[in-house]
Design a protein around this ligand. Structure first.
Ligand code: NAG
Length: 360
């Protein structure tokens, strides 16, 4: 059965390599590095090593063997997953060049980043009123659905609450529990329609954990951020948002009341942050078709063409030795070495003959 993979974490080297497109480590940092372009000599060297090491550990050590063992238990007749994955027809990548970096993609690698983003819909009445009556605008605070607000240790939570008391703006906070002693300008809800809030013109800044989808939403809705990353890819996303000029990133460990207050005031009052994210938003929205239409069209294409084998890159069939032409390099090196060796021997022979003639 033809199948399509979804690359949820965005552009990822191993996903791409399986399809026959090894992303260039000279400018594509591996998942675990926060580096920016351009990378220094040392960073590029570490990146090449890290990319190989990460891929090896993933495939042959930590992840795939564990999953494979479990699959074998339940489906003993299935081919190995590393064999199965080679037959992938298409890959949907959760990225877009205006969010990420531009990469040379194969026709079988389709960027559908921010496909879930859409214009804002009307808000629930109480939330709408709370936002509209905010004289100085609104700060929206959500740590996403994975690291829920209640995972924020109490000391950090108290820092945020203390900082909010010092702000003129109203704060709307996605938090799963009731909290005692909140200042008047803070509204808590268990669940909030994030995109509809971000779409509201009165919302001035988004305090986010730097999740990939939250970052796409904030760019789509053109809202600057205060990013407080917690784990996984969040430090990387937060660093990217800060580098792109869309806001400020703070490490959880460095959180203090004045730092939060000053950062929020800077993001709200200095227009450069809103301007930068506004430009990215225009670029992200300016597409020939929506990412959803694109995904639907390509899915139907794969169905119409029974797995669309024409899309398959010949690079996907090569071993990594062939792909990197290492075999050619070895042959060339051996050839050059042999040539030198033979020339040297011939020269030595010629000298000996010459010497012999002279002494005679
Ligand atoms: C991959 O596709 C080819 C051609 O359709 C098929 O012969 C082969 O069995 C498939 N491999 C796996 C592991 O499914």
């Amino acid at each position: 059965m033809p199948f399509i993979v979804v690359c949820g974490v965005g552009m990822e080297q191993m996903h791409s390599a399986v399809m026959g497109n090894v992303l260039n480590p000279a400018y594509t940092p591996s998942m675990q590095y926060l580096w920016n372009h351009p990378m220094s000599l040392v960073q590029r060297a570490v990146n090449i090593y890290g990319s190989i090491h990460f891929g090896f550990v993933y495939k042959h050590w930590e992840t795939v063997p564990v999953v494979q063992k479990e699959i074998n238990k339940h489906f003993p007749d299935l081919p190995p997953i590393l064999e199965l994955e080679k037959n992938v027809s298409l890959s949907f990548i959760n990225s877009h060049y205006s969010l990420d970096m531009t990469q040379p993609f194969l026709p079988s690698q389709i960027e559908v980043g921010a496909m879930h983003c859409r214009p804002g819909k009307p808000l629930p009445k109480d939330v709408a009123q709370w936002i509209e009556e905010a004289e100085h605008g609104v700060i929206y605070f959500s740590l996403g659905s994975v690291n829920r607000g209640e995972f924020l240790p109490a000391n950090y939570r108290n820092i945020m609450i203390e900082a909010f008391t010092q702000m003129k703006q109203r704060v709307i906070w996605k938090f799963e529990k009731e909290l005692e002693g909140l200042p008047d300008n803070v509204l808590i809800r268990k669940w909030l329609p994030q995109q509809d809030i971000l779409a509201h013109p009165k919302v001035k800044v988004f305090i986010t954990h730097g999740g990939l989808l939250s970052s796409q939403e904030t760019i789509y809705h053109s809202k600057p951020v205060l990013a407080i990353p917690i784990f996984f890819d969040q430090p990387k996303v937060a660093a990217k948002l800060q580098r792109a000029g869309f806001g400020i990133a703070i490490k959880l460990k460095e959180l203090t009341v004045p730092l939060v207050v000053d950062s929020l005031n800077e993001i709200i009052n200095i227009p450069k942050y809103a301007k930068a994210v506004g430009q990215a938003s225009l670029s992200l929205r300016d597409q020939k078709e929506t990412p959803i239409d694109r995904a639907v069209w390509w899915t139907e294409y794969v169905i119409r063409h029974r797995g669309a084998p024409a899309l398959r890159s010949p690079g996907a069939d090569l071993s990594w030795i062939e792909y990197l032409c290492l075999d050619v390099l070895v042959v060339v090196h051996v050839g050059i070495f042999t040539l030198f060796w033979v020339s040297k021997k011939l020269l030595a022979l010629a000298c000996r003959v010459n010497k012999k003639k002279k002494t005679e």
